[in-house]
Design a protein around this ligand. Structure first.
Ligand code: ADP
Ligand code: MG
Ligand code: MG
Length: 976
């Protein structure tokens, strides 16, 4: 096929300052994807590999951009260039474009660098008109074929280029089939098709007011323009926006000599993958249709046959195709997706591209190809997107069942946390807990979620919200729990009062089954069968991750608070626990009252103890506070000791980093607003003067507004009436005394909560600050950790506790905490007579901590970057406020490239990390440093951690396999 290189560039095009605007298939290659688009590059590569590709050429993406730059005018010289290339194609094909004696027909195909729905469809059979049609009939002696080509061309050109609705052409075709009493278009006669074509031309004339263009070059020009125009069509534009594909890439146009799959039963067209794109199995996978053209295979007009059937029907062609498929796969060193046509027994290749595949297929193909020595192991590692791995570990819906359940489809939201879940719809977190306790699987459905819903989420198999984005509370928490979540399904109308939701006509009430797919965002009524993933059964994944482990330098640890999570993390390959948040244990329902008693007494008790230590006499009230506090603390110590022992046992021989209490204490108490509301309600009902009375008369509108905020508009009016006429509230005597004692209790609690309330809790009394104010908590946790370790050791496990102090900004905070902690350790050692082993370290999550890491390292044996807080404080964003109010918009409007809470901000926050590493290790060479923020499971952030020299990343258990692969990819990338 080799011919001498031609000079395709017209002088005019050069003069206008364009690069070469057209490449023949022989001039291009696979590396020219940007310029020729994926399809053009593939056609060129196949041509040059000597595969049977019909002659043709590609108009470049630059030509498309020039067309736009010129206000939708073909750039200078382009048309002449197209014409001269058509002449070349005529020569190669031995036919003439518009020549009735031997007509050349072409297809016009769009093709951007990324395959993109919304781009123009392909026009086939371009170049037909009444004369060339007659030529085709004379030449082939097959008038049925010729009329078939002609009616297809008019319909396609009409729909795609001239914008006539496709249904205009479908209806007469269906009518004709009905009239003839046939099901398939292949059953229509030549005469039928001829009549249909005539009808089609009338339709075009009616809709456009012009005759169907008969000049082949005019047809070609219109088609090329239509491809260019489709680049900025709305669908294509929206698709690029959503997928963050730049708008200035442009699309190429491919002009390809037609070959005909509709010339009889020895002809056909098909689509095939070199490996099964669902399972990855090495077998030709695809479909074909005889006597058909173009998209008939996917259009569902006739049911296509499995590609394997071609082996029997056309053995020679099949063998040739099999060989080509194999060759292309070797050539591209990747599974390919192929399109082909057979014209009277001769095979033509029309497209090759890298095959899209499911996560299991991606892993299997990579491993198999390495075993076949088509790829090196390192290449295999790089072939799999770490994000895909999560999908392998989560339950998923059976695709076939999903296909059959389309009538039960309710809505589509954001795919916020992957995995499939089915359960009974529940609209209230308490109800979710109750139904779970009754043994029912539940899906928690909320308009949006807040920390008040977490217990309901814990009880649920999946979470569905109508509001909120990929970083909403629901999404973030669900991901951290490995819980499937669909967020922001805005078409759902959720009604808490009715305990139901509405999707169009369909209504789902509490207790009815629904199915949500957090991988795709789809929501169905009823139950869809799921396929459970079992890590131990994923042999190919195990192989791939095994290879990854040999390559990576970063260790992968996990964030886990419960033994159950730790076990899972370990099974996934975690090499330690990088973060155990002790306070999560406090949140458990049966423990919360104890925690609350401890907190409510903490200030008074701590103060009383200090005075007693100085010899002061304590009042009875003080004594009581101390007793309450100590009893609650002792109870928590007992519980935490159990927790820690379980964790150490699960992680036998591996380090476990336990962080001392971190959040502000009011998080464990009832909400201030709710208490205030309750107290106000009780006071009002009891007719007692409330602090609102003083303003009732003087500032009624302000009060009304305040009440509206508290109660909502409607109830506010009622409350206002009650406040203004308190005497009229009459309550029966029995109720009155009950309410009075309730009021007294609530008022006391309100006072306590009010005393702890902070304007900005994120920057308030939390982390090490809390431990320094209430040292007994630090001591209690230290005892529980060491006792837990001792118990695990006694049971034959090797416990390696690492105690981590949160939120240190000044070295003295750490030094002082260490003093408190070590004094307690000495006491334990003295009383038990046994030496205990532990490491003492800190989180680096306050910018000042990073800036003074050299000082801090004097007291820390390890660092762990808490990048959630570090990001908050570096940016000055409060995450909860930012993600709800403006951060998502920032990302949409490209003010920020990414949500910095998901992808580590390498330039800003990363600089602090780099500094922390350098300064820390300057003081203490070999200082062990990890990261335990959510970023520890994000592939891009992991690459950064590798680069700055961390020792490990710690992430949620489900992300451990992801991190293993990402860490290996980072190591490979940095060694290249
Ligand atoms: P898409 O981008 O949607 O895959 P293509 O440009 O690949 O569109 O065209 C779709 C189908 O049209 C091809 O798979 C092939 O069957 C048919 N087709 C395209 N060009 C030709 C041609 N020159 N001869 C025969 N069939 C063609
Ligand atoms: Mg195609
Ligand atoms: Mg923190």
């Amino acid at each position: 096929m080799a011919t001498t290189a031609r000079k395709p560039r017209t002088p005019k095009a050069k003069a206008a300052g364009h690069g070469q605007l057209i490449y023949t298939f022989r001039e291009g290659n696979a590396g020219m994807r940007q310029l020729l688009g994926g399809k053009g590059a593939g056609l060129a590569e196949m041509t040059n590999a000597g595969l049977p590709v019909p002659p043709g050429f590609t108009i470049t993406t630059e030509a498309c951009n020039a067309y736009y730059a010129a206000g939708k005018e073909l750039p200078d010289g382009l048309w002449d260039d197209i014409v001269s290339h058509m002449k070349q194609v005529e020569e190669e094909a031995g036919k003439g474009f518009g020549d009735p004696a031997n007509p050349l027909l072409v297809s016009v195909r769009s093709g951007a660098a990324f395959s993109m729905p919304g781009m123009m469809d392909t026009v086939l059979n371009l170049g037909l008109n009444e004369e060339t049609l007659q030529g085709l009939i004379d030449l082939t002696g097959n008038d049925r074929f010729a009329w078939d080509a002609w009616r297809r061309f008019i319909a396609m050109f009409g729909r795609i280029v001239l914008d006539v609705a496709g249904s205009e052409f479908d209806e007469p075709l269906e009518q004709l089939k009905a009239d003839r009493g046939v099901k398939l278009d292949t059953d229509l006669s030549a005469e039928d098709l001829r009549g249909l074509a005539a009808r089609y031309r009338e339709i075009v004339q009616d809709h456009t007011g012009e005759a169907f263009p008969s000049d082949p070059y005019r047809q070609l020009e219109l088609a090329v323009r239509a491809v260019f125009d489709s680049w900025f069509g709305k669908r294509a534009h929206d698709y690029r926006e959503f997928n963050k594909i730049p708008h200035d890439l442009g699309t190429a146009v491919n002009v390809v000599t037609m070959v005909f799959g509709n010339m009889g039963t020895d002809s056909g067209t098909g689509v095939a993958f070199t490996r099964d794109p669902n399972t990855g199995e090495k077998t030709l996978f695809g479909e074909y249709l005889t006597n058909a053209q173009g998209e008939d295979v996917v259009a569902g007009i006739r049911t296509p046959a499995k590609i394997s059937q071609m082996r029997d029907e056309m053995p020679e062609v099949y063998a040739q195709f099999e060989a080509i498929a194999e060759r292309l796969e070797r050539h591209y060193r990747d599974a390919q997706d192929l399109e082909f046509t057979i014209e009277r027994g001769t095979l033509y290749m029309l497209q090759t591209r890298s095959a899209k595949r499911t996560a299991p297929a991606a892993v299997k193909i990579a491993v198999d190809m390495a075993n076949e020595e088509l790829l090196s192991r390192e290449e295999a590692i790089q072939r799999v997107d770490p994000a895909q791995i999560v999908q392998l570990l989560l339950p998923r819906f059976d695709e076939a069942a999903k296909g059959q359940a389309q009538d039960r489809f309710l809505a589509k939201g954001l795919n916020a946390s992957p995995g499939a879940a089915t359960g009974r719809a529940v609209f209230d977190p308490d109800r979710a807990v109750a139904m779970k306790a009754a043994g029912d699987p539940v899906i928690l459905v909320r308009i949006e979620t807040s920390p008040d819903d977490v217990h309901g989420m814990l009880a649920a198999r999946g979470v569905l919200t109508a509001r909120g984005g990929a970083t909403s509370h629901a999404a973030v928490v669900a991901r951290s729990m490995g819980l499937p979540c669909v967020a922001g399904a805005e078409t759902l109308r959720i009604d808490y009062r009715a305990q139901s939701m509405r999707a169009g006509e369909k209504v789902v009430s509490e207790g009815e089954m629904i199915s949500i797919d957090g991988t795709t965002g789809e929501i169905y009524a009823g139950e869809l069968p799921t396929i459970e993933a079992r890590f131990e059964d994923e042999h190919d994944l195990a192989t791939l991750l095994g290879w990854a482990d040999e390559v990576r330098r970063l260790q992968v640890w996990a964030n886990a608070d419960y033994p159950r999570d730790a076990e899972r993390a370990r099974a996934f390959g975690a090499q330690g626990i990088g973060l155990c948040r002790t306070e999560h244990m406090f949140f458990e329902e049966d423990r919360l009252p104890t925690v609350q008693r401890m907190i409510l007494a903490s200030n008074q008790a701590t103060d009383a103890k200090r005075r007693a230590a100085l010899g002061a006499e304590l009042s009875a009230d003080d004594e009581e506070a101390v007793a309450t506090f100590d009893t609650a603390l002792a109870e928590l110590e007992r519980l935490q000791t159990d927790d820690f022992a379980g964790l150490f046992r699960a992680m036998d021989g591996l380090p476990v980093v336990i962080r001392l209490i971190d959040p502000p204490l009011h998080e464990f108490l009832p909400s201030y607003d709710e208490l205030l509301e309750e107290v106000t309600r009780l006071r009002t009902l009891l007719g007692q003067p409330s602090h609102t009375d003083a303003v009732a008369d003087t500032d009624a509108p302000a009060l009304q507004r305040g009440l509206a905020k508290l109660f909502g508009e409607k109830d506010a009016a009622r409350a206002m009436q009650l406040i203004q006429r308190p005497g009229r509230a009459s309550v029966p005597e029995d109720d009155r005394s009950r309410m009075e004692s309730e009021l007294a209790e609530k008022e006391e609690l309100l006072a306590a909560v009010a005393a702890m309330r902070e304007q900005n809790p994120m920057l308030g009394l939390r982390g090490c600050r809390l431990g320094l104010m209430i040292p007994d908590i630090v001591k209690m946790q230290t005892r529980a950790i060491l006792a837990g370790a001792a118990r695990a050791t006694a049971g034959g496990a090797r416990a390696l506790p690492e105690i981590m102090i949160p939120l240190v900004g000044h070295v003295n905070e750490l030094a002082e905490t260490r003093t408190i902690l070590e004094a307690e350790v000495s006491r334990i050692v003295e009383s038990s007579g046994q030496q205990v082993e532990y490491k003492f370290g800190t989180m680096i999550e306050v910018p000042r901590g990073a800036l003074t890491a050299d000082e801090i390292a004097q007291h820390a044996e390890f660092f762990s970057f808490g990048t959630n807080d570090l990001t908050q404080m570096t940016y000055g964003f409060s995450r909860d406020d930012a993600e709800g109010k403006f951060l998502l918009q920032y990302v949409d409007r490209k003010i920020l490239p990414e949500n910095p809470f998901q992808v580590l901000d390498a330039t800003g926050v990363g600089q602090l990390m780099r500094m922390g590493v350098e300064k820390g290790r300057a003081t203490r060479p070999g200082l062990k440093i990890g990261i335990c923020g959510e970023h520890g499971g994000d592939p891009a952030s992991i690459a950064f951690c590798h680069e700055v020299g961390l020792d490990y990343v710690s992430c949620s258990p489900f992300r451990v396999p992801v991190a293993r692969l990402a860490a290996a990819q980072a190591a490979i990338a940095s060694s290249e």
